[in-house]
Design a binder for this molecule. Structure first.
Ligand code: PMP
Length: 417
């Protein structure tokens, strides 16, 4: 009998039979409060009626209109619609299926447009698992272990991690920018450096928001040296952080923006956006893909953007995110094992540490599993797996946030007793 590869590591022993809004149900119809959203994907909740209707209609009309062969309306409409929410000037789009592919597309574009090779990525960052995107990833060695050598031309510098270094945020930013500057004079000359790729909130690396001064510091350096700034909004985009884009918190302008995950409520779709002047520097035929910009995914994305607007989900993410953090801080105040609660909008992490400040992966794992037993699905992240993250659909209500906090308090109690 064939079985799934043991390489897959399932976070919880749940067999999901159906999903509705913020809930998942197993085959026995047991209900779970889903604060994972399929790793930040089901932005409008599971099976939002408007997304279901749009996708069903599209399935009966045209499933696959391959975009290098023929064009189709859903993709043209989606492009127009994204133009309303993208940063000014980033009005040329290219679609693929996953975050990793979009990251790779952005690297191709950056290298072709600048004629330079180096890509600067941050230690702890996650940009995907394909060989190119994986080469930019350092959220944990498991993504890279045993498969090297990775793509050459990648340089890592530190991300500001105030909690880990027990420093103030301002000190962490000063340190990270100083290291960045040092890198440009010791490792990769600006003249060799094509791009910087950064997440507005370090995601898989531990849910650490980039301080605005860090992002503006990178923008300044990119401008000074003609380096492109690629902002990876795969996890932070489409309202997740309480602003439409994560980088909006810093008020910076990316040169290339990457979006995926929450964009199509669960259908595989990703895109890069860049100004025409930049996008036109891509070598003809160097980007493409069989499934990119799939018609059903595009229709689902259009419905997603409508729901995000009509149900004010960006505002809801800000409001419920603040409520969630407030509740989680109260839990942390009673349990010193939770050393830090942090995040932006509905992207919140609880970091577990021992009394001497070392990562406490064991207790984090126990709390994560105890929460699942109590009907609250969560994920872990961070290089040590000691950060329990909460990333519910953007439709989550105050009552559901309060339910999750109550279940979490019980789960942490289970984990420490
Ligand atoms: N970039 C970021 C910031 C991500 O969080 C992820 C996925 N967790 C990716 C890229 C890769 O996306 P995918 O798994 O769709 O390839």
């Amino acid at each position: 009998m064939a079985e799934l590869s043991p390489v897959l590591k399932q976070a919880t022993p749940v067999l999901a039979a159906r999903g509705e809004g913020v809930y998942l149900y197993d085959e026995q119809d047991r209900r779970y409060l889903d604060f994972t959203a399929g790793i930040g994907v089901t932005s409008t909740g599971h099976c939002h009626p408007r997304v279901v209707e749009a996708a069903q209609h599209q399935v009966g009309t045209l499933i696959h209109g391959q975009y290098t062969t023929v064009m189709h309306r859903p993709l043209l409409r989606l492009t127009e619609r994204l133009g309303e929410v993208l940063p000014a000037g980033l009005d040329r789009l290219f679609y693929v299926n996953s975050g990793s592919e979009a990251v790779e597309a952005s690297v191709r574009l950056a290298r072709q447009a600048t004629g330079r090779q180096s890509i600067v990525a941050f230690q702890g960052g996650f940009h995907g698992r394909t060989m190119g995107a994986g080469s930019l990833t350092s959220s944990g060695v498991k993504v890279r272990a045993g498969i090297g050598p990775m793509m050459p031309g990648v340089v890592f510098t530190p991300f500001p991690e105030a909690y880990r270094h027990r420093s103030s945020e301002a000190e962490a930013v000063r340190f990270a920018l100083a290291e960045f500057d040092q890198m440009l004079v010791t490792v990769s000359s600006p003249r060799d450096t094509a791009a910087i790729i950064v997440e507005p909130v370090l995601g898989e690396g531990g849910y650490i928001p980039a301080p605005p001064e860090f992002l503006t510091g990178l923008r300044e350096r990119a401008d000074r040296h003609g380096i492109l700034l690629i902002v990876d909004e795969v996890q932070t985009g489409v309202g997740r952080t309480g602003r439409f884009w994560g980088h909006d918190h810093a008020g910076i302008r990316p040169d290339i923006l990457i979006t995926a995950k929450g964009l199509a409520s669960g259908f595989p779709l990703s895109a890069i956006a860049a100004p025409e002047e930049l996008m036109s520097k891509a070598w003809p035929g160097s980007q493409g893909g069989t499934y990119g910009g799939n018609a059903v995914a595009a229709a689902a994305a259009l419905a997603t953007l409508d729901v995000v607007r009509d149900e004010r989900l960006v505002e809801n993410a800000a409001e419920q995110g603040a409520r969630l953090q407030e509740g989680l801080r109260k839990v942390a105040a009673e349990h010193p094992v939770i050393g830090d609660v942090r995040g932006l909008g509905l992207m919140v992490g609880n970091e577990f540490s021992t009394s001497d400040g070392a990562p406490d992966t064991e207790t984090a794992t126990r709390a994560h599993q105890a929460a699942a037993k109590r009907g609250l699905l969560l994920l872990t992240c961070g290089p040590y797996g000691n950060v329990v993250r909460m990333i519910p659909p953007l439709i989550v209500t105050a009552e559901q946030v309060d339910d999750a906090v109550a279940l979490w308090a019980e789960a942490v109690q289970d984990a420490v007793s």
